[in-house]
Design a protein around this ligand. Structure first.
Ligand SMILES: Nc1ncnc2c1ncn2[C@@H]1O[C@H](COP(=O)(O)OP(=O)(O)OP(=O)(O)O)[C@@H](O)[C@H]1O
Ligand SMILES: [Mg+2]
Length: 291
């Protein structure tokens, strides 16, 4: 088996907010992300997704546990700004572009202080804006761009220093379906062609399915971690988690038959088959191991 290098490793990661009523935003997260992975983090609001991203990107410090990115233990890093600029690229729901700077200047922001000459900076930012499909928008200000285009600039900016990982927190959250889909296309393209490791936080199952691994967080823990295999298996997983799925797995057959309006013997066989498939899906999920 080919052993790809580890890009991110967290061990028993804990983040507690507040001093009075403590909030356990991360409650013991163990995670390994390999180079070249394209994965999503899902989970209900408040489950700790953004907190996890912030810990990996050194935007905030954990209360306990360890984060290692690209071989560096974040607790021992002296120059955090430098680490962030070189090693991680951030894309947020609201692109956070500087309004007074052109698209190209925004892309160049993380390059400053990286001992890159003016000329190389310019070449690189032009190349990146071409890569994200905006070769003719170099001199536009953010206010002169559409939401989707601004997010493309944010992706180009995240790539400025060829980071080990891109951390995207709901990058499609403020876009319509089409623009959002195009951002996912772009991230997929970058992952495939440049081999950049990309971690996306999303609430959208359609976005998650386009990646190759889905982590689901619940109450500060990773409740599920599975590889995306085929659309059918993903459908089955969704079904297993739905009301009907829970009835199929736990409920009485009569209840299921009544729910879907079936009462024939043959259809009972169909239900048995479905139940079997769902059970199998859940079992595979439990035994899944990150490669
Ligand atoms: N700076 C903070 N101070 C205090 N509590 C915080 C802080 N940031 C987050 N929290 C709390 O930590 C928990 C996890 O928050 P987090 O932002 O990671 O959730 P999330 O999964 O990203 O949610 P969403 O889907 O709504 O973005 C929440 O209960 C939140 O209220
Ligand atoms: Mg969040």
């Amino acid at each position: 088996m080919n052993k790809r290098p580890i890009v991110v490793e967290t061990h028993a990661l804990i983040k507690i907010y507040g001093d009075g009523a403590e909030i356990h935003a991360l409650d013991g997260v163990d995670l390994v992300i390999l180079r070249g992975e394209f994965l999503t983090v899902m989970g209900p609001s408040g489950s700790g997704k953004s907190t996890l991203l912030n810990m990996i990107g050194a935007l905030d410090k954990p209360t306990g546990g360890q984060v290692i990115v690209n071989g560096e233990d974040l607790a021992t890093i002296r120059d955090v700004d430098r680490f962030r600029a070189r090693t991680v690229g951030f894309v947020f729901q609201l692109h956070n572009l500087l309004p007074a700077l052109t698209a190209r200047e925004n892309v160049e922001v993380p390059m400053h202080g990286q001992s890159i000459g003016e000329r190389e900076m310019r070449e690189r930012s032009e190349h990146l804006l071409e890569l994200v499909g905006l070769p003719d928008r170099m001199r536009h200000l953010p206010s002169q761009l559409s939401g989707g285009q601004r997010q493309r600039v944010a992706v180009a900016r995240a790539l400025a220093n060829d980071p080990a990982i891109i951390l995207a927190d709901e990058p499609t959250g403020s876009l319509d379906t089409q623009a959002g889909g195009e951002i996912v296309d772009l991230l997929e393209h970058i992952n495939r062609n440049q081999g950049t490791t990309i971690l996306i936080v999303t609430h959208d199952p359609k976005v998650a399915r386009r990646t190759r691994r889905i982590l689901t967080m619940r109450d500060g823990k990773i409740a599920d971690d599975h590889r995306v295999e085929s659309p059918v298996r993903e459908d089955l997983r969704d079904l297993a988690r739905s009301r009907l799925g829970s009835m199929l797995l736990n409920g009485a057959k009569d209840q299921v038959l009544a729910e879907i309006g079936l009462d024939q013997h043959d259809e009972e066989t169909a239900i048995e088959t479905l139940r079997l498939l769902l059970n199998r899906t859940l079992t595979d999920q439990d035994t899944h191991d990150a490669q």
